[in-house]
Design a protein around this ligand. Structure first.
Ligand code: NOJ
Length: 561
């Protein structure tokens, strides 16, 4: 397996709007990020991925871009960006930008021109189709609910938007669109950015003819726009024209990918991107079947450890020596991991550390989402008025206003699944507004901030923060954490997720109790640990303990070498 800096790195994701507000307008900004670079250095991360900071009308908080080569005024200016990049590089932290090129804002100059007529230089930049019998061209649903088509009277045609109506899909079949995207990528790379996280990049190629989805379009299969026929060709062109000219980190956000797709995309020799974000483990706690489903974030179901083992083990084994994965349990689109996979009550600290051990000990590049390192939790606002996320609001509107479902029941699902769980402001201190802003925050802070905040974490040597710091440091000195081969053990155990990582004569044994009950660990006969030393654990461990059989405490995590 090839050695690469981006395999050895730990990435920290910043959602700029919620990170730190430096000018009191209630919105996080670049100045705020600059102020906290020493904090990130203390944590030890190598790379920062910034969710979009480009100019945007904010229909989807920056994922609707109206100018790819300017900064959102609420966040600052290009000059501020230059300072940020310089200050990060001075601290040896790399900067990865979000690249959102499946769609632009409907306020992007390309779209403003495109909508005018069928014969202007930009008319073919987007996916326009005439209506069929006065209806949308096909039955595709937007990922945020409703038809994926919007009628434009000026052209007497519809344009495709897989996300909101204000996020028009670019027409990647048009070589001019591709060249414009590549030119923009070069522009940022020449400024010195260190890579791209590519938003829904496996949706850029649509099946010609745009066939109807099955089931009358009632479910979002994405059959005809995910992993489409020209995806690899487009990525190959992007690699030739742009990516291969730089030593950068590239990660594709790829909903609906299988390990087979992921290997094609990230293959060490023949692939195009360094790694992908896969979503199988994000689907383990929903029941999105049935007609009129609004997708995974509109239902909650208990998840099973056996399923988590199956999914993660398949990704680990299939990609072994072939491709590379990103390992994450939360991001700006997902609930907080400690609330979802751990316990955000009694065992918040223990379970947050256990889950961190899981993420950092699997093979793949680990991603930390802001606030994860202090164990931030989901939030439960009492009313939909307190939510901001377009997807959350659409789900509520559809289920309560259109289908007449019980508002309290719907809010309960939102409490578990809303993207705003991840977007409440970063909790820096126990001071007003959690130290996030001196003004009124754009989204309410989680009321648990007096207890859960960075100031507290930095003052407590046993905090989740310092546990992350230790995990990140270990990655630099224990090559098996990066390159070791994964093998699941105790596959049938109902509480324990245990595996080994093996690199030449070094072997790590990772033992994780995923439950709030004690669990008995028994060393399988074929695993041998003469002189095993404890690498990291989230409880005090008796050094003389007999490794062959011992009891794990609630959410206990241990790694032996
Ligand atoms: C995925 C992004 O992570 C999400 O936040 C966004 O809404 C969609 N792509 C559309 O850009």
């Amino acid at each position: 397996m090839q050695k690469k800096w981006w395999k050895e790195s730990v990435v920290y994701q910043i959602y700029p709007r919620s990170f730190l507000d430096s000018n009191g307008d209630g919105i996080g900004d670049l100045g705020g990020i600059i102020q906290k670079l020493d904090y990130l250095k203390l944590l030890g991360v190598d790379v920062v991925w910034l969710s979009p900071v480009y100019r945007s009308p904010n229909d989807d908080n920056g994922y609707d871009i109206s100018d790819y080569q300017d900064i959102m005024p609420e966040f600052g200016t290009l000059a501020d960006f230059t300072v940020l990049l310089k200050e990060m590089h001075r601290r040896e932290i790399k900067l990865v930008m979000d690249l959102v090129v499946n769609h632009t804002s409907d306020e992007h100059p390309w779209f403003l021109a495109s909508r005018q007529s069928k014969d202007n230089p930009f008319s073919d930049y987007y996916i326009w189709r005439p209506g069929v019998d006065g209806h949308a061209p096909n039955n595709w649903q937007s990922r945020f609910g409703g038809s994926a088509w919007q009628y434009e009277p000026l052209r007497d045609e519809y344009y495709l938007h897989l996300f909101s109506r204000k996020q028009a899909d670019l027409n990647w079949e048009n070589p001019k669109v591709r060249q414009a995207v590549y030119a923009m990528m070069h522009w940022w790379l020449k400024k010195g950015v260190d890579g791209f996280r590519m938003d829904v990049i496996n949706m850029i190629s649509k099946v010609p003819g745009l066939p109807d989805e099955p089931d009358g379009g009632s479910q979002q299969h994405g059959l005809y726009y995910m992993n489409g026929p020209r995806l690899l060709e487009f990525l190959g062109e992007m690699k030739r024209e742009v990516l291969s000219h730089y030593d950068i980190l590239t990660v594709g956000e790829t909903p609906g990918v299988t390990t087979r797709h992921a290997i094609q995309i990230t293959h060490e020799e023949k692939g195009f991107l360094n790694m992908v974000f896969q979503f199988e483990h994000m689907s383990l706690d929903s029941s999105p079947s049935g007609p009129d489903s609004l997708g995974e974030r509109s239902s909650v179901a208990p998840w099973k450890l056996a399923d988590l083992k199956t999914v993660m083990s398949r990704w680990e084994k299939d990609l072994e020596g072939q491709g590379w994965n990103s390992i994450y349990l939360n991001n700006h689109d997902q609930p907080r991991m400690v609330s979802r996979f751990g316990d955000d009550g009694q065992y918040r600290v223990e379970s947050a550390k256990m889950l961190a051990t899981f993420v950092h000990l699997l093979q793949g590049t680990p991603y930390i989402y802001q606030g994860e390192e202090i164990g931030m939790t989901n939030v439960a606002f009492d009313t939909i008025a307190d939510y901001n996320d377009i997807e959350t609001k659409n789900i509520y509107h559809k289920l309560v206003d259109e289908k007449g479902q019980d508002p309290q029941a719907v809010l309960k699902v939102i409490h578990a699944k809303s993207r705003d769980n991840a977007r409440t402001p970063m909790q820096w201190s126990a001071g007003p507004q959690a130290g996030f802003t001196s003004g009124k925050p754009w989204l309410k802070v989680n009321p648990n901030y007096p207890r859960i905040n960075v100031e507290q974490a930095l003052a407590d040597p046993n905090s989740i923060f310092y546990y992350y710091q230790k995990l990140i440091r270990l990655r630099k000195t224990v090559p098996a954490m990066v390159y070791g081969t994964y093998n699941l053990i105790l596959a049938e155990h109902a509480q324990i997720y245990a595996f080994t990582r093996t690199l030449a004569d070094e072997q790590l044994l990772v033992i994780l109790n995923f439950s709030p009950e004690p669990a008995v660990f028994e060393l399988p006969a074929d695993v041998r640990y003469p002189g095993a030393g404890l690498l990291i654990a989230n409880y005090p461990v008796d050094p003389g303990e007999d490794l062959r059989r011992f009891s794990l405490r609630p959410y206990e995590a241990r790694v032996y070498r």
